[in-house]
Design a protein around this ligand. Structure first.
Ligand SMILES: [Zn+2]
Length: 289
């Protein structure tokens, strides 16, 4: 793995089972990229228990309760002429993050990413305590960063593989006998199946990817609900999506959405994104330009 130019001085006092630093590192790099920050940055990130968060919240914010995230930005004067800009400290409480994740019905690691982004935006001067316009600006940016993270917090790959086999079993490949299954995963944890449906008038055939996507939309979901798309073919090779499906995917999914493609025995795979499958795609923006 390429060494990141940005540094997280990381301390986990809560002994999390899963190593979370790689996730935080991606979140840090991505946030700096979206904010168009040049140079190298360092931040201290600590995961603390609710009692310690409570003490710090009381001491520094005069609030007598535990909290999910605390941020201490270094003063501007400290930034000057350092090769690496030290941003300050962020403290996150995983116990509270876990509760909030349940409340907001999204994955725990996504809530941790959200809190880290929230802290980073505070360090860069964004605020939501003052007027409504500032708060609106901060929350919009926060959501943009979270929604474009190159991390899939939702898709369970083992479940996806099972769903793909079930989808493929329904394939109506009457003429080619080339069975394809596709599955669209949505943020509510649902897996929407589709398969190729062939027709004696060959061009009337629909591919599994479009079948799964169209049925997801028909069930009332929208672009922002879609997390990823999986696909399995009856080829020994990794048979990737056709050009027509790539065009449709580029319009009905975010370009950053992961695409997981497996060959028939799942020994070969290609994990990519919609944007990588169709770079420089034609879009509705081009229509009226
Ligand atoms: Zn296709």
């Amino acid at each position: 793995m390429e060494e990141s130019q940005h540094i997280i001085d990381y301390l986990d006092k809560t002994k999390q089972k899963k190593k979370l630093l790689p996730t935080f590192q991606v979140v840090f790099n991505h946030t700096l990229e979206v904010l168009k920050k040049k140079g190298r940055y360092e931040v201290s990130l600590s995961l603390l228990g609710p009692d310690e968060m409570h003490q710090l919240n009381l001491k520094y914010r005069k609030v007598d309760a535990p909290t999910d995230v605390l941020t201490f930005a270094y003063r501007e004067a400290d930034f000057i002429k350092e090769p690496i800009t030290d941003l300050g400290c962020i403290m996150i409480c995983p116990d509270i993050a876990k509760k909030q994740a349940k409340e907001y019905k999204h994955p725990y690691e996504r809530e941790l990413a959200f809190l880290f982004i929230h802290g980073l935006l505070h360090i860069f001067g964004y605020d939501h305590h003052g007027n409504d316009a500032d708060a609106k600006k901060m929350f919009a940016l926060q959501n943009e960063i979270l929604d474009t993270l190159p991390i899939d917090f939702y898709t369970d790959i083992n479940r996806l593989k099972k769903e793909l086999l079930l989808a493929q079993a329904g394939s109506m490949a009457t003429y080619s006998h080339f069975k394809v299954g596709a599955v669209v995963v949505t943020k509510d944890g649902k897996y929407h199946r589709g398969f190729n449906i062939e027709n004696s008038s060959y061009p009337a055939t629909v591919c599994a990817e479009r079948c799964a996507l169209f049925s997801t939309y028909a069930a009332g979901y929208h672009l922002e609900d879609i997390v990823s798309l999986g696909c399995i073919t009856s080829s020994r090779n990794v048979g990737t999506c056709c050009g027509v499906c790539r065009q449709v995917m580029s319009e009905l999914m975010n370009l950053t959405c992961p695409v997981y493609i497996f060959n028939r025995d799942e020994k070969k795979k290609l994990f990519t994104t919609v944007g990588e499958l169709l770079p420089a795609s034609f879009s509705k923006k081009d229509l009226n330009a």
